[in-house]
Design a protein around this ligand. Structure first.
Ligand code: ADE
Length: 225
């Protein structure tokens, strides 16, 4: 998968791709991430990428021209499965979306800043608008990182068997059951006997029951999906 991220603050994006699973995925050649600084696509001498809103009001608006130049350049080089705009009024990201999008070959993620982008960008380029939750961030960059992480870990070959995504919370609309590691008894706080029993079928059943119970208590809405 190739991910092109368009931003006015590329320095916000780099370090998460330089550690842990995302770094390994890049090293293995399973994902290719490119950052594009919108200021490199401006034609005005101040390198500004935003301007006042028509009709007045607070905040600045990201201008259509640099975004057009950047996206048009990228689209001339390859086909994209989706051109995504990170925005609080987009569709809220969930695991099902991540599963579907992890199969894509090329995506562009546009990070909004200030009050957002000129509506004409959304009308003419954007194919999907995604929010990471009902709160407002200072820009789309952190959302883009969340989306990239959620997708990259699902690409076949990125996770090893031990970290398999198949047992993650949400993967079957259930939250994960409790997990334990050694020691079996710490200050009298004991690991449930069934997990030490070596009885695989019983362990599976216990995990299923706990996952269901946990989901019912915390996120009953997931059980209705
Ligand atoms: N930009 C600002 N807030 C956001 C959010 N909640 N999700 C995605 N992008 C955003």
């Amino acid at each position: 998968m190739r991910i092109d991220i368009i931003t006015v603050v590329p320095e916000l994006l780099r370090s998460p791709f330089e550690a842990s699973i995302m770094k390994r995925a890049i090293e293995k050649g399973l994902v290719d991430v490119h950052f594009h600084n919108l200021r490199d696509y401006t034609t005005n001498k101040y390198k500004s990428v935003d301007d006042y809103p028509y009709g007045g009001g607070a905040g600045m608006v990201m201008m259509v021209e640099p975004i057009d130049k950047c996206i048009t350049q990228l689209k001339s080089e390859r086909d994209y499965d989706e051109i995504i705009y990170m925005t609080p009024d987009g569709e809220t990201l969930h695991q099902g979306m991540a599963n579907a999008m992890s199969l894509y070959e090329n995506i562009i993620i546009l990070c909004g800043h200030y009050k957002g982008v000129d509506q004409r960008v959304r009308d003419h380029f954007i194919t999907k608008e995604i929010s990471i939750g009902d709160y407002v961030l200072s820009g789309g960059e952190l959302g883009a990182l969340v989306l990239a992480d959620a997708l990259i870990r699902l690409i076949p070959g990125v996770l090893s068997d031990e970290t398999s995504a198949l047992t993650d919370s949400f993967q079957d609309n259930l939250l994960s059951p409790p997990i334990y590691t050694r020691p079996a008894d710490y200050k009298g706080w004991k690991v449930p006997d069934v997990l030490l029993s070596g009885h695989a079928a019983k362990i599976d059943q216990w995990r299923e029951e706990k996952a269901f119970e946990h989901t019912k208590n915390r996120r009953p809405d997931l059980l209705d999906r």
